[in-house]
Design a protein around this ligand. Structure first.
Ligand code: NAP
Length: 521
């Protein structure tokens, strides 16, 4: 358990919805931020007429925020309007003030004052100077929120957290030995460091464990008031941010994009099941080399996080290999790594896609020796499937739209190759048909299928690697002619279970991991 707080940010244009959201936020929040700049101009007086915030605050403290558009607020607000707001009797707890109004708001009217700085485009070069300037104002807390366009952009903010802890410790130590120097006259100032954007999400999850005063959360997914915000429910129940500490083992998925990934839900459910001091985080990584060099590799990293392992996804599954100290035989044969385990600073690479694919198939179909299997698609997933099928002794044929490209794969694994077409009758002569193309995936491909019912009516089983939606058009085609099916969620969970076992040597809780993934589809 750490001492950090979860602040749920509340934003609405109308008073009634604003109040309704405050009541909902009370379920999870340690602090509630009232974004008065979200309310329409004529609604603020109405708000104070409708509820007595001082009374409500007995339960949970409020932070009052009133930002102009260029400072990240929702309304055009002149400096005069903001000055007027801060001096009109709205003192109901804590104030979040921008640097330009801090001097004009009376410190004694507020229980706590935050001085905040936002940059929605990137990380300013002089971020350390800005931090020092804010810290020198007469406030209790400094908040610095900057946009991380790549994950390494967030390092600067994390360093401020480290610096703040050192400075506060210096003050405490000075007081402890009665050194009545300049230090003794200072007070400790807390910090809220935030890297905004998907690439900065990790700072919102790990901040409290490393001494940040507070982390901001949205009321629910879809109601974010800043980019990269996570819902309070997910912060508490999925990432367990209140329970994390500096020793927490850190795992995560590295890829780009990662925002759609179900892996954080599956792995965090497994950590929770075994009550492990571990967390799994989405790491949006554009530049793999810089991420590993500046944040992970013990000999070169600039910040000290307790990384223990990663899932690796598109586009880094091949590129990661050159950074590994050891690659297991399966990963070598497939030519891709989807799992990294860090042992004593050394990086070990594995591939669990092959085992994750074959396990549900074996369970459904039984012995795969000499089974005739059509694999539709010739990309990365097809490669892992073909490797696993060949190992089981199956007869594999690839169906691909780009024959020239697929020839390399067919040659490498010594399998047949045919053109993929919705008119082709060839797939009907197979025992099993596997879809390893993205056709059917939620979004613009959702209503598509690589082949139709007529082409698979005599096969014994179809297997779709696409897991979102749970039931794809391809599976519906098979269902309509009575062919049994396996959906992609089975493989997704199965490969994650293999990863969990590699990292922890513990049994992976299948029920908890499947349910956690299924709930997010
Ligand atoms: P990939 O490397 O991009 O390969 C996709 C393959 O599908 C390529 O051969 C591509 O052909 C083909 N393809 C794409 N669009 C097509 C279309 N409109 N018609 C015909 N063929 C098409 O992707 P991947 O990593 O192999 O992933 C493939 C699918 O499997 C994705 O939906 C992914 O989400 C899913 N998957 C699921 C799991 C799981 O755990 N359930 C694991 C891994 C992957 P070209 O080469 O001609 O572009």
């Amino acid at each position: 358990m750490n001492n950090g707080k979860i602040c749920v940010s509340v934003c609405a244009e109308k008073t009634d919805e604003f109040i309704k959201n405050i009541k909902r936020a009370e379920e999870f929040a340690d602090v509630i931020e009232l974004r008065f700049d979200c309310l329409e101009a004529n609604q603020i007086d109405l708000f104070f007429a409708k509820i007595n915030p001082r009374q409500r605050m007995n339960k949970i403290p409020f932070i009052v925020t009133f930002r102009s558009k260029e400072q990240g607020g929702k309304r055009e607000l002149t400096k005069e309007k903001r000055d007027c707001f801060w001096n009109s009797g709205n003192e109901i707890g804590w104030a979040d003030l921008e640097e330009d109004v801090v001097e004009d708001s009376f410190s004694w009217l507020w229980d706590k004052r935050i001085c905040s700085y936002h940059d929605f485009k990137g990380v300013p070069e002089n971020i350390e100077r800005i931090y020092k300037r804010l810290r020198a104002t007469d406030v209790d807390i400094v908040k610095i929120a900057v946009q991380a366009n790549d994950i390494t952009d967030s390092i600067a903010v994390w360093k401020l957290l480290e610096q703040s802890k050192r400075e506060n410790k210096g003050i405490t130590d000075s007081l402890a030995v009665w050194k009545l120097s300049e230090h003794a006259k200072q007070k400790s100032i807390e910090i809220i460091p935030i890297a905004m954007g998907e690439a900065g999400k990790w700072t919102r999850i790990l901040g409290l464990a490393h001494g940040a005063f507070m982390t901001y959360a949205s009321l629910e997914t879809g109601k974010e008031t800043a980019s990269g915000q996570i819902s309070a429910k997910d912060l508490i129940e999925t990432y367990r941010v209140r329970e994390l500490d500096a020793q927490t083992e850190i795992y995560g998925i590295i890829g780009n994009p990662v925002s759609h990934s179900l892996s954080p839900f599956m792995h965090n459910a497994a950590f929770k099941f075994h009550n492990l001091n571990a967390v799994y985080i989405p790491f949006e990584v554009k530049n793999l080399n810089e991420f590993l060099r500046r944040m992970v590799k013990p000999e070169t990293r600039e910040i000290d996080l307790n990384f223990k392992g990663f899932s690796v996804t598109i586009p880094h599954k091949q590129a990661i290999i050159e950074y590994l100290d050891f690659v297991d035989e399966t990963a070598k044969a497939i030519g891709a790594v989807n799992t990294v385990k860090i042992i004593g600073g050394k990086f070990h690479g594995f591939n669990t896609d092959a085992e994750g694919f074959i396990e549900p198939l074996r369970n459904s179909y039984g012995d795969l020796r000499d089974a005739k299997i059509a694999v539709l698609g010739a990309g990365g997933a097809a490669r892992a499937c073909i490797y696993a099928l060949k190992k089981e002794g199956a007869n594999v044929c690839i169906f691909a739209r780009n024959i020239e490209k697929a020839k390399i794969l067919a040659k490498e694994f010594d399998v047949e190759l045919k053109p993929l077409s919705t008119q082709h009758s060839a797939p009907s002569t197979f025992d099993i048909v596997v879809n390893a193309t993205p056709l059917g995936t939620k979004g613009k491909l959702e209503n598509e299928t690589p082949i139709f019912a007529e082409q698979i009516k005599s096969v014994k089983l179809v297997y779709d690697l696409v897991y979102n939606p749970f039931e794809t058009q391809f599976l519906r085609e098979a269902g309509s002619v009575g062919v049994p099916t396996i959906g992609g969620l089975a493989m997704l969970v199965s490969q994650a279970m293999e990863q969990f076992k590699i990292w922890t040597q513990l049994d992976a809780p299948m029920k908890e991991m499947s349910q956690a993934a299924f709930r997010r589809l």
